[in-house]
Design a protein around this ligand. Structure first.
Ligand SMILES: N[C@@H](CCC(=O)N[C@@H](CS)C(=O)NCC(=O)O)C(=O)O
Length: 202
């Protein structure tokens, strides 16, 4: 029986980020697919959001803290660059993805398309404009780099991929063709067992 538990429903992009990190490190874990804002979830994360994580009796929430801990506490390949500048770039991207990409692409586009929010065309239209700007910024890096920070995948890529995976499943997927570096990066990520093995049940 593993002493590691991940809490949170598998449709969540943040749960998938944590699952990719766990798989990359080869960590065996129990996955309890609690819905957000339930008593079960609140018991391990006072915000009610997913995911949360437990190792032995150590409980943690917030995906960046969880994935940093996974990287440092377990054997396996490093999930963060050793080089100070590359690590700073990785953290810049994670901050950007959490502050801007998640809200524009997930809250203003994807949730409408998956009918998890009642359609608001004005919000969707604004979300698509923001998404295009964000894809252009990502393209500026991914047109000449295999990954967001350095030559191997890092936590930044694991935060971004689950969001762009959903973008690839909705009508706005056609936008991705305008960003060949992003499209090639997405295919590169999809060649990883950690990514295919964490696909949500859709
Ligand atoms: N800052 C949190 C964000 C987690 C988050 O927003 N999770 C979403 C699912 S992807 C959630 O629980 N949403 C439910 C809600 O906000 O009520 C983290 O990094 O873990």
């Amino acid at each position: 029986m593993s002493d590691v538990t991940l809490y949170g429903f598998p449709l969540s992009t943040y749960v998938r980020t944590a699952r990719i990190a766990l798989a990359e490190k080869g960590v065996a874990y129990e996955h309890l697919p609690f819905e957000p804002n339930t008593d079960d979830m609140m018991a391990v994360n006072p915000t009610g959001k997913v995911p949360a994580f437990k190792h032995g009796d150590f409980v943690l929430y917030e995906t960046l803290a969880i994935t940093n801990y996974i990287d440092q506490a377990f054997d396996g390949p490093a999930l963060q660059p050793a080089d100070a500048k590359e690590r700073a770039v990785m953290n810049q991207w994670i901050s950007y993805i959490n502050a801007y990409v998640f809200s524009a692409m997930v809250h203003e586009v994807i949730l409408f398309r998956f009918e998890m929010l009642p359609m608001d065309q004005a919000v969707l239209d604004a979300g698509v404009i923001k998404s295009k700007d964000q894809l252009a910024l990502l393209e500026a890096t991914l047109s000449s780099n295999d990954y967001l920070a350095g030559s191997t995948a890092s936590l930044a890529d694991f935060f971004l991929y689950p969001i762009l995976a959903y973008m690839g499943m909705i009508p706005e997927a056609s936008l991705l063709a305008d960003y060949p570096g992003v499209t090639a990066w997405k295919a590169r990520m999809e060649s990883k067992d950690s990514v295919t093995g964490s696909a949500p049940p859709l």
